[in-house]
Structure formats: structure tokens, C-alpha cells
Write a protein that binds this ligand. Sequence first.
Ligand code: ZN
Ligand code: ZN
Length: 123
Amino acid sequence: MPIRPEMRTRYPRDWPQISHRIRFERAGGRCECDGRCGRRHGSRCTAVNGEPHPATGTRVVLSVAHLDDIPEHCDDDNLAAMCAPCHLAYDAGLHAVTAARTRAARLIAPGQTELFPTPGGPQ
Ligand SMILES: [Zn+2]
Ligand SMILES: [Zn+2]
């Protein structure tokens, strides 16, 4: 249950294509976070999809963050490919701390590394 049903309906039908394009064509498979998440990783995060995360050592699976936290808002400049630590930290800054904790605990189940897996499986 990676995306809550009420959230899935808010994503555009071509979200898998949008997500893939942002992560791999625009971002080149690398986290696009420029520090806006609040983590101290320099000008741009060095996490690369499929490789060990520079901070956590776990395999990086990029997801696409909505910078304004509105799923319908899928303009390129509202989207950023992010590694899980950046995405979580960024979201935590958008919400109250307790809400972010709840969200993180619900979204990241044991063994799950992707925040918003593409419907139909990893690409
Ligand atoms: Zn990152
Ligand atoms: Zn970051």
C-alpha cells in the first residue's frame, strides 16, 4: 500500500511516465536536492539511483517529490527527484513534526526503500 487510495486518485494518469522522465532524463538518476531538504550534503546531493547511499549505505531508489506537497501539481518546476533521506527530510519540513513521523512510519515499511513506488513495480 505505497500510495493511499485517496492520494492515488490525485496523481495524474501519466504519473509513472512523468516520474520516470524526471528521475532519469532530467536528473540523470541522481538526487536533485540542492539542500532544500535541510540535510547538510552540499550544493547537490550525491545519491545515485541503484548505488549505495552516501549517507546511509542502503541502495538508493529515487522518488519524485512535489515541492509544494500537492500531488496534482505536476509542473516540472514543482517536481524534484529525491533520495529517500532527502525526500523524508523535505517532507518533514512541510508538516508538523508529529505528522511527518506518522507519515514516515506509514510510508516506509520494513524492507521498503521507495517512498512512492511506480504502480506495477520498480523500473
Ligand atoms: Zn538526496
Ligand atoms: Zn537533500
